[in-house]
Design a binder for this molecule. Structure first.
Ligand SMILES: CC(C)(COP(=O)(O)OP(=O)(O)OC[C@H]1O[C@@H](n2cnc3c(N)ncnc32)[C@H](O)[C@@H]1OP(=O)(O)O)[C@@H](O)C(=O)NCCC(=O)NCCS
Length: 210
């Protein structure tokens, strides 16, 4: 274990630079593998997943961290929600490859995500996570005490950050998903209507970012 950590290969890996970019459809396999490794096979049963099932992430807010050898080493997504009647984004999952932790990949993903969210006019971000980690980005439980999630959760892990002052004022009640439904989650007839409409309007294949 120690030998591996101190080997030249490990040292090279630890100093390899990375870049943050918009998630691409081609990231899906590596991203799923990373999430399985970080959160385990039962990650789809987690309470926050109820806010993501069948929904598209918020536009421009699915990011990947790429090592310069082309390997995906980090991911974050944000999702539209109603936070007890207040429009907000739910952040998660955030994950960084075990091999690349402590290099600032998580910080780079968080900073880019929050900057993009602010630039796009979003007022607040909510997440379920470790307060000691997320405090460095300004997340606290100060504005989330009256909010609930659709399932079991630990109250002290429900954190919020206002990008616009007062965006979470009066936030009270259930956090519910409000993002666009994914085409495959629509009833079959609607999905095929949409597909036909897309084919009519856009005969050329367009790269799709999840
Ligand atoms: C949390 C995570 C995304 C951080 O990624 P990272 O690239 O290592 O983060 P950074 O390099 O930007 O920051 C590392 C710092 O965060 C701290 N940190 C990491 N996880 C932490 C946690 N759960 N609580 C408190 N601090 C934490 C490290 O100790 C380190 O501190 P330092 O800057 O004082 O040395 C990564 O550890 C991970 O993917 N963990 C597993 C999945 C997970 O827990 N995701 C978050 C959901 S709550």
């Amino acid at each position: 274990m120690t030998a591996k950590r101190n080997s030249p290969v490990a040292l090279i890996r630890k100093t390899t630079p990375f870049a943050i970019r918009a998630e691409r459809a081609s990231d899906v396999v590596a991203r799923e593998a990373l999430l399985d490794a970080c959160f385990g096979d039962n990650r789809h049963t987690r309470t926050c997943q109820r806010l993501r099932d069948g929904r598209a992430p918020a536009a421009g807010l699915s990011l990947s961290a790429m090592r310069n050898d082309g390997r995906l080493v980090g991911t974050v997504r944000l999702w539209h929600v109603s936070a007890g009647g207040r429009s907000a984004l739910m952040l998660g999952p955030l994950a960084v490859d075990d091999d690349c932790r402590g290099l600032g990949v998580g910080a780079a993903l968080m900073q880019r995500a929050l900057a993009v969210a602010k630039a796009r006019g979003h007022g607040a971000v909510i997440l379920l996570g470790d307060a000691p980690y997320y405090a460095r980005y300004g997340f606290t439980a100060a504005r989330t005490g009256e909010l609930s999630l659709p399932g079991a959760f630990e109250r002290e892990r429900l954190l919020g950050l206002e990008l616009v002052e007062g965006a979470l004022d009066g936030a009270w009640g259930m956090i519910t998903p409000t993002g666009a439904a994914l085409p495959e989650s629509l009833p079959k007839s609607k999905a095929s209507e949409r597909k036909a409409a897309r084919t009519r309007k856009a005969p050329l294949a367009v790269p799709h970012a999840a």
